[in-house]
Design a protein around this ligand. Structure first.
Ligand code: G6P
Length: 368
């Protein structure tokens, strides 16, 4: 059937606004409400016996994988290697016997990711695909598939595929923790409970659309360079925010681990460089808050995405501080994806670029 824009000006906007729904759909396929447990589809290998995991993808999907690495190491206690498919495939990587390789891809057709999968099969890895296209090459060639139920994604810049990839990876982290005996029932119930709140929290985040549009037009559109900072699971979100902005608005942007700021990007900060800070209230908040101070001390314009408690701490320093709903830090990366998508979207619309079909980019990169 023909897919329309559902009253939105661009597919990208439609897809951003579909997120509460598709996040819920993806989670519901794995969440058991009576038991408050996560059930993955049957896998042809023992998840609990996996000695090591390798996470491989390209582009936005790779950044979902980086969040997945943080979650799995923290909640399941398994070592996770993370790689870009284009680096991995040409490096002769050394892999643990019986390891698990996870391939994340919206299209399931990205050439580098597919080549990496074939290499991993030769290396005797169990190959698990997290894909949005169930009939794709990556889905067919993997040993098992965990689907993202995002529905067709038309905008070249990935949005709802990313947040549904995060949902699947969060469920995988929980399932791994249980299979390995490193996560007790209570923790599983608590973490999966926080996931069930994400669709309604995501809808609340979308209510900030107008304010984020104004912020984009006043602060981001005029900028030549934009820096994004985050720590812990907010670090991949900073990378994703910068990637989205580059892709569709053509403004140069860099995502940086907040703690690395003093090792380079701080030299660039002046009153012409907006610094977007992803800072949910979590155990790293204080450290990120001191980075905000350092930015402001150098005349930088800090734009903060946090929750009410974080905004209360930073609003006097920041040029703009937007309070998103307070959530368990576990699910924060899923929610904080939305404001960075909206910021890039509104900047691109304001600049008049071709938002759904940005120059030089393709939806699926099926050649090297
Ligand atoms: C292209 C798209 C990106 C996407 C990347 C990986 O560069 O423009 O939005 O993140 O490919 O694609 P995949 O289909 O493997 O997720």
């Amino acid at each position: 059937a023909m897919i329309g824009k559902g009253g939105h000006r661009h597919f990208m906007a439609k897809e951003i606004f579909e997120q509460p729904q598709v996040i819920g759909d993806t989670l519901n396929a794995m969440f058991n409400p009576a038991e408050r447990t996560i059930t993955l589809p049957d896998l042809p290998f023992d998840l609990g016996a996996v000695p090591r995991i390798t996470m491989i993808a390209c582009g936005t999907a790779s950044l979902a994988g980086l969040v997945g690495k943080y979650w799995i190491e923290r909640f399941a206690g398994v070592a996770v290697d993370w790689d870009l498919a284009s680096e991995f495939r040409y490096r002769a990587p050394v892999m643990a016997e019986g390891g698990l390789a996870v391939f994340i891809s919206q299209s399931g057709e990205t050439a580098d990711t597919l080549a990496a999968l074939r290499y991993c099969k030769q290396q005797g890895q169990h190959c698990l695909a997290i894909v949005n296209a169930p009939e794709s090459s990556i889905a067919r060639e993997a040993d098992a598939v965990l689907p993202t139920l995002a529905g067709p994604e038309i905008g070249v810049a990935s949005t709802k595929a990313f947040t549904t990839q995060l949902v699947v990876l969060a469920c995988l982290a929980i399932a791994l923790g249980r299979a390995r005996g490193t996560m007790d029932r209570e923790t599983e119930a608590r973490l999966s409970g926080t996931l069930t709140e994400v669709p309604s929290r995501a809808a609340e985040v979308l209510n900030h659309d107008g304010r984020i549009k104004a912020l984009a037009e006043e602060t981001i559109t005029p900028a030549r360079d934009v820096l994004y900072l985050g720590r812990g699971t907010s670090y991949p979100l900073a990378l994703e925010g910068a990637l989205k902005l580059k892709e569709i608005s053509y403004i140069h942007a860099e995502g940086y681990a907040a703690g690395e700021m003093k090792h380079g990007p701080i030299a660039l900060i002046d009153d012409s460089v907006p610094v977007v800070v992803i800072a949910p209230s979590d155990d790293l908040f204080d450290k990120t808050a001191s980075n905000v101070q350092e930015v402001v001390a150098r005349g930088g314009k800090a734009v903060v995405f946090s929750d009410a408690a974080g905004v209360a701490r930073l609003k006097d320093l920041a040029l703009e501080a937007i309070a998103l709903p307070a959530v368990d830090p576990f699910v924060a990366p899923i929610l904080y994806a939305i404001p960075v998508q909206l910021l890039a979207y509104h900047t691109a619309v304001d600049k008049g670029t071709d938002v759904d079909q940005p120059r030089n980019l393709a939806k699926a990169v099926t050649v090297e």
